[in-house]
Design a protein around this ligand. Structure first.
Ligand code: SF4
Length: 381
């Protein structure tokens, strides 16, 4: 299903939209205050971006170090190629007849795990990792104030990139995550456990993303959700129309890279953006999300170009390109198009354009073009 179709029920729910608008406004206000209080915020962002790039540039080495450290501390590491394999491993690792609690994260949503929150008597838990520190094999979960404690049987699920080489790097990333995500100088508590856990490291398309020298920047993400809080599309559509575990602008960038640009949802996600740039401005690790969206739009268009039957959109664009290739032809087209458009107008507005162009007027009016084109007006002066 395309993003616009998946978003339709959410758009028709004004109450849900109101709730989201208020929550996003609160999150933005908290974040703005938290960032204002950090005079070195821009330097911190630069450092965070550099740490993530350095880590991604040598991911194999850091993952081997992480695996060795976890094994040294008595834990085990399991590698999952995709979501299905990750789910199977998690279920196999859980002690029989034990109800396990789930501490959700983007990666647990992504692989489709479901369960309850941990209670005081929980014997086993599946936890989505915040970060994993490679040098000591330590799980780090930034606690939102619930007083998180880990039970004896612990299964940790993490994406390959949820890893930092050492504690000095973690200090920088935690500051960024706290201020950008929680809108606080620091999380109230950070829960850790070293080694004694079963670690499931999930690829699920990440190595594919890593192979794209442009797109790999998206793997810098620390899952703070600041980009979603500032996104006008996300505010209206909510998380549901996106791929599970990959909501908001960063999801719009990751999903097409992971699933390819042929499937309807993945192909439509790069266009689910106004390209206003707010997501890139706010991202604590300086991911150029608008730039990546434009890059992916290019990939979607390229993939359609190869189809034997051109899409109506492509035919339309070819027509536009043909008319714009010659100045006189372009001017004549403008005059003719304006004349037609004025015929469709009522009270200075066009409420419904015909055919494919009708998509534009589905959600907005189009002002009727003036009698004189700008070029004619300019020449007259
Ligand atoms: S991409 Fe979005 S969720 Fe990820 S770090 Fe940047 S702002 Fe946060």
């Amino acid at each position: 299903m395309r993003f616009s179709d998946a978003a339709r029920p959410e758009l028709g729910d004004p109450r849900g939209r109101r709730v989201r608008r208020r929550a996003a406004a609160d999150a933005r206000a908290r974040r703005t205050e938290a960032v204002k209080e950090a005079p070195d915020w821009e330097l911190l962002r630069e450092a965070g971006a550099a740490i993530r790039d350095r880590t991604l540039g040598d991911l194999g080495t850091h993952l081997e170090a992480l695996e060795a450290a976890v094994l040294d501390e008595g834990g085990h590491v399991h590698w999952a190629r995709d979501a299905g394999e990750a789910r199977r491993i998690v279920h196999r690792l859980l002690p029989a007849d034990t109800e396990a609690a789930l501490v959700r994260s983007d990666v647990t949503d992504e692989i489709g795990l479901a369960g309850g929150e941990p209670g005081p008597h929980t014997k086993a838990a599946v936890v989505g990792a915040g970060f994993l520190v490679a040098e000591t094999g330590t799980l780090v979960v930034a606690d939102r104030g619930e007083g998180l404690t880990f039970p004896a049987a612990l299964v940790v699920v993490a994406g390959l990139e949820d890893m930092v080489p050492d504690w000095a790097d973690l200090e920088v990333l935690l500051q960024l995550l706290s201020r950008a995500g929680a809108g606080r100088p620091m999380h109230p508590a950070v829960a850790t456990r070293t080694g004694e856990f079963e670690l499931v490291l999930v690829d699920n398309g990440r190595t594919k993303v890593l192979a794209d020298p442009v797109g790999r920047e998206a793997l810098r993400c620390v899952h703070c959700s600041a980009c979603s809080d500032v996104c006008p599309v996300f505010e209206r559509a909510g998380p549901r129309p996106y791929s599970p575990g990959r909501p908001g602008p960063i999801g719009a960038v990751l999903t097409p890279q992971v699933h390819g640009v042929e499937a309807p949802l993945a192909a439509s996600l790069p266009f689910a953006s106004t390209l206003c740039g707010a997501c890139g401005d706010v991202c604590p690790v300086k991911i150029d999300i608008p730039g990546l969206l434009a890059h992916l739009r290019g990939r979607v268009v390229e993939s359609r170009r190869a189809r034997p039957v051109p899409t109506p959109e492509l035919l339309l664009m070819r027509g536009v390109a043909w008319s714009m290739a010659d100045q006189r032809r372009y001017e004549r087209t403008l005059v003719r198009r304006a004349r037609w458009a004025r015929l469709l107008a009522r009270d200075g507005k066009i409420r419904r354009l015909p055919g494919l162009l009708g998509k534009w007027t589905d959600a907005r009016d189009l002002p009727a073009p003036p009698r004189q084109t700008f070029r004619a007006w300019w020449r007259a002066r």
